[in-house]
Write a protein that binds this ligand. Structure first.
Ligand code: SAM
Ligand code: SF4
Length: 323
């Protein structure tokens, strides 16, 4: 089949697949995993290593060129290395989003898999605040793992979810970090998911972030990568860059190229889609999953999964979707 199958009804080419490997995590960020006792999906209901490879291969056959592994925490899966190495055989740019707690165990795997870019989540540069946000004490390990990635020449993007009254004061610390380190910091507006106590008042907006940064730094807009979710900038004479993911105040659905396969093998055509397509169930029945993938894409709405009201969102929690 030609590699031009993945257009939606709005003419957007979808060549980027995010695959969640698990909904388990070794941190407990409240904006993502709302409840300590949230039930983790049993492993029989998760895609197995060979299923991930086979299903991903079909997406690639249809035109996917880029795959990002996510979760939950993808590196917590016992077979994470095997999954990464198998997927690296596909003709795609492979990357991963991680909280970096286990990154030191995977440096060689990332190199073998030819992974160039790693996205790391970190919401503060203060150990006590980190403990408060994640309810875990791995701050120093994450910092040393980010340094390990940089020493090993990986491109590191650091994702910070900015929540008003929680961590907006840390924005300037992150900009300062880009002075001498080639990091790309991405400030993410707080998004609503099930159980995460989202309120519009807790969103620290793109414009508010720019205003805070302007109090201390001169900076320039730089070119955004095609279909990138971030609006990118660089502070004058800084080695690294910073950007904003503005889903709430300036959604970027017009250039969306992303599809999502969740750890239980269900597909979402949008982070906020109200429907899911059970790819794994069909695959296990040895049905042809190509028409299912294409009809899921055909149902994609123009923006935000067809929602116009963030206030009443019903969706899985982020940990169950995979960011
Ligand atoms: N455990 C990995 C990590 O933390 O990077 C991968 C999974 S995590 C769900 C992926 C991304 O989603 C992270 O950058 C995280 O900050 C982001 N995220 C989770 N909940 C969010 C929310 N409510 N609003 C905005 N971003 C969120
Ligand atoms: Fe875990 Fe990442 Fe969610 Fe934090 S953001 S709870 S590290 S999956």
């Amino acid at each position: 089949m030609a590699a031009t199958q993945l257009y939606d009804t709005f003419g957007r080419l979808h060549n980027y697949l995010r695959i969640s490997l698990t909904d388990a995590c070794n941190l407990r960020c409240a904006y993502c995993m709302p409840n300590e006792k949230i039930a983790v999906t049993p492993s029989a209901k998760l895609m197995h290593v060979d299923e991930i490879f086979e299903i991903a291969s079909i997406f690639v056959k249809l035109g996917v060129k880029k795959i990002r592994l996510t979760g939950g925490e993808p590196l917590m899966r016992k077979d994470a290395a095997q999954i990464i190495l198998q997927l690296s055989k596909l003709p795609v740019e492979l990357s991963i989003s991680t909280n970096a707690v286990l990154v030191n165990e995977f440096i060689d795997v990332f190199k073998q898999a030819n992974i160039k870019t790693i996205n790391v989540s970190l919401d503060t540069l203060n150990a006590d605040e980190f403990q408060a946000i994640t309810k875990r004490g791995d701050f120093q390990k994450i910092i040393s793992n980010i340094n390990l990635l940089l020493t090993n020449q990986f491109k590191v993007k650091v994702n910070m979810v900015v929540i008003k009254g929680v961590n907006e004061h840390a924005i300037l610390n992150f900009i300062n970090w880009t002075k001498d380190f080639p990091l790309d910091i991405r400030f993410i507006e707080f998004m609503p998911f099930e159980g995460n106590a989202w309120l519009r008042d807790k969103v620290f907006s793109y414009q508010q972030m720019l205003d805070v940064i302007a109090t201390q730094y001169n900076f320039q807009k730089i070119a955004d990568e095609p279909s990138d979710t971030a609006k990118k900038y660089r502070a004058t004479n800084h080695l690294g860059t910073f950007g904003f993911i503005t889903t709430v105040t300036e959604p970027f659905c017009g250039t969306c190229n992303r599809l999502r396969l969740m750890a239980d093998g269900k597909m979402k055509n949008c982070l906020f889609s109200q429907t899911e397509t059970d790819i794994l169930a069909a695959f296990r029945k040895q049905q042809n999953i190509e028409p299912l993938i294409l009809s899921c894409l055909a149902d994609k709405k123009e923006a935000l999964g067809g929602r116009f009201d963030f206030e009443n969102i019903e969706n899985r929690s982020m940990i169950k979707i995979g960011g």
